[in-house]
Unconditional design. Structure first.
Length: 249
């Protein structure tokens, strides 16, 4: 980055607008493509719940337009996930002009790893958290009380968890990148580990349903990812690259 070349605020806003438009177009394309498979996509989304239900896997809708809008929202969720590589790429490219030359070299790995970690978080939520969480909630059913989840409620519940797990798994990428920019250090991360763990449990309590199992299944991966972040900060942190960066500056 050449500090003598400062771009005006309007130019930054124009670039932000262009990149947001690209993200919207990517989501729209993904939505249109996903809508053709809306029933199959919702069936895949329902699979973890139906696998632990005892009423032959029955799900209901309580309003006439509910199924239609649920399929629309399912397609939008699928479109958002399909467009996530584009969204992540646009985010990193937006901040690229503010980086030094050697810092830009890690952008491509950061984009690839961001997509990988987001997908990994969503898959973790789907294959690990969903079965345990649904089994816990359905455990309150009795012979006289049966669960009949509606399509709308289930979509809202499951989509929130998928996106939450996808985004929180970006933690190592964000912290490692901050360390590369010199914003945090390994010593700082180690010193504040106990506060980070407390924050993770608070965040898990806010973002997940009010049960201990789901909260723990979000907080524990966050703690593990924090340790991964420390390793990433140690490898790619500014302290080890300071001499190289000083040359570019």
């Amino acid at each position: 980055m050449d500090k003598t070349e400062k771009r005006p605020l309007t130019e930054h806003l124009d670039e932000l607008r262009v990149r947001l438009i690209r993200c919207v177009i990517a989501v729209l394309i993904g939505f249109i493509g996903a809508y053709a498979f809306k029933e199959k996509l919702f069936a895949i989304l329902m699979k973890p719940l139906l696998a632990v239900m005892n009423n032959n896997g029955t799900m209901i809708f309580t309003g006439l337009p509910e199924a239609f809008f649920t399929y629309l929202k399912t397609s939008f969720l699928a479109g958002l996930i399909l467009a996530s590589p584009v969204i992540i790429y646009q985010f990193w490219m937006f901040i690229a002009p503010g980086l030094y030359k050697k810092e830009r070299l890690i952008l491509l790995p950061a984009v690839i790893l961001s997509v990988f970690f987001f997908a990994g978080g969503a898959l973790f939520g789907y294959f690990i958290v969903f079965p345990f969480g649904f089994r816990f909630f359905l455990g309150f059913a009795t012979d006289s009380i049966q669960a009949l989840p509606s399509m709308r409620e289930y979509l809202a519940f499951s989509s929130k968890l998928l996106l939450v797990f996808g985004f929180v798994f970006e933690l190592p990428i964000v912290i490692t990148f901050m360390a590369r920019l010199g914003l945090v250090s390994v010593d700082f991360l180690k010193k504040n580990r106990k506060y980070a763990i407390l924050i993770f449990f608070i965040v898990a309590a806010i973002l997940t349903p009010p049960d201990v199992i789901t909260q723990a299944m979000l907080a524990m991966p966050l703690i593990l990812l924090y340790e991964v972040s420390i390793i990433g900060a140690r490898i790619f942190g500014r302290e080890k690259k300071q001499a190289d960066e000083a040359t570019d500056e």
